[in-house]
Design a protein around this ligand. Structure first.
Ligand SMILES: Nc1ncnc2c1ncn2[C@@H]1O[C@H](COP(=O)(O)OP(=O)(O)OP(=O)(O)O)[C@@H](O)[C@H]1O
Length: 296
């Protein structure tokens, strides 16, 4: 396994005159479950499609498992957002095709999942519910035994119990198979449950990426007497700020200790962190100013 399963450098994609992904620089180490989070239209599917070589970059480059995107397809599993299946083929026939096309196919994984989900092997995919079809597509992705599994909103169609069980299966597969996973989602709760690496993508740009533990250990909420951002120490990167007449609250990123005794300091939850970066993205392009500023 290579050190980085996904590496993007200056990666961009334009549809017509509009950039769907801009100047994306990423390095995702192996062995993680990566949560790719962002609102509708942020560019998540575009990034995943570029990563499997289904789209060609307009700018920059993307490498997967140490090779240009699209060159390692035997080692990459991809379940697209619409969980494509062949409507006229049965569940069992899907597994047969999976076994035929994939050298690393693990029949026992496929059988076990189909059984535990309760899918009838004779049922045609076209007759399955949306959630069942998603389950079939996810089973094909897992049984392929890829080194990297890319999942575009894999759990969106699943009911809450199925979603929980699927994320559990995923985490077990990562622990057992040396698998790396990138999954896009709108739900921070899913990311919190299953992921240990986060990418926040908003408005075609990566706002923040990194190991979740590290991100949570380096982001803080500071609350205290009103203070102008210009007087904040240089090592404290302000992600968001809000002020009343007498009080300021800053969400900051820093690797240094916070020495100013005037601040009451608290940690952020993952949801706080994601929302702060989303709010920051909603601001126009700017430098050095608070990125989500609220004046009360
Ligand atoms: N084939 C296409 N032609 C033109 N524009 C496109 C095409 N595919 C995506 N876009 C645009 O690119 C932007 C990013 O789309 P993308 O599907 O990557 O977002 P997303 O984050 O996956 O959204 P969602 O969460 O809704 O699936 C959007 O503005 C979208 O309208």
């Amino acid at each position: 396994m290579t050190a980085a399963v996904l590496r993007a450098a200056g990666l961009g994609k334009k549809y017509g005159r509009r950039w769907a992904l801009t100047d994306c620089n990423l390095e995702v180490p192996a062995g993680h479950v990566v949560g790719l989070v962002g609102p509708n239209g942020a560019g998540k599917s575009t990034l995943l499609n570029l990563s499997v070589g289904m789209l060609t970059p307009t700018a920059g480059s993307v490498e997967v498992l140490g090779a240009p995107a699209g060159k390692q397809l035997a080692k990459v599993g991809y379940v697209a957002q619409d969980t494509p299946t062949y409507s006229r083929l049965s569940v069992a026939e899907h597994l047969k095709i999976g076994a035929h096309l994939n050298p690393g196919w693990d029949h026992s994984v496929a059988e076990r999942r189909i059984q535990s989900i309760g899918l009838d092997p004779k049922q045609r995919a076209g007759r399955l519910s949306g959630g069942q079809r998603a389950q079939l597509a996810l089973t094909l992705g897992l049984a392929k035994r890829p080194d990297l599994l890319l999942l575009d909103e894999p759990v969106a169609a699943l009911d809450p119990l199925a979603r929980r069980e699927f994320l559990q299966d995923l985490m077990e597969a990562v622990a057992e198979q040396e698998l790396s996973v990138v999954l896009s989602s709108h739900l921070v709760s899913d990311v919190e449950r299953a992921c240990d690496f986060l990418i926040v993508l908003v408005d075609s740009r990566v706002q923040v990426s990194g190991e979740i533990d590290t991100l949570l250990a380096t982001h803080y909420r500071l609350t205290g007497p009103r203070k102008d951002q210009k007087s904040m120490p240089k090592d404290q990167h302000v992600i968001a700020a809000s002020h009343t007449d007498v009080q300021s609250t800053y969400l900051i990123r820093t690797e240094m200790p916070i020495l100013d005794p005037a601040w009451s300091v608290s940690r952020l939850t993952l949801e706080d962190l994601v929302l702060a970066y989303m709010g920051r993205a909603a601001q126009p392009e700017q430098t050095g100013r608070p990125l989500l500023e609220v004046q009360r």
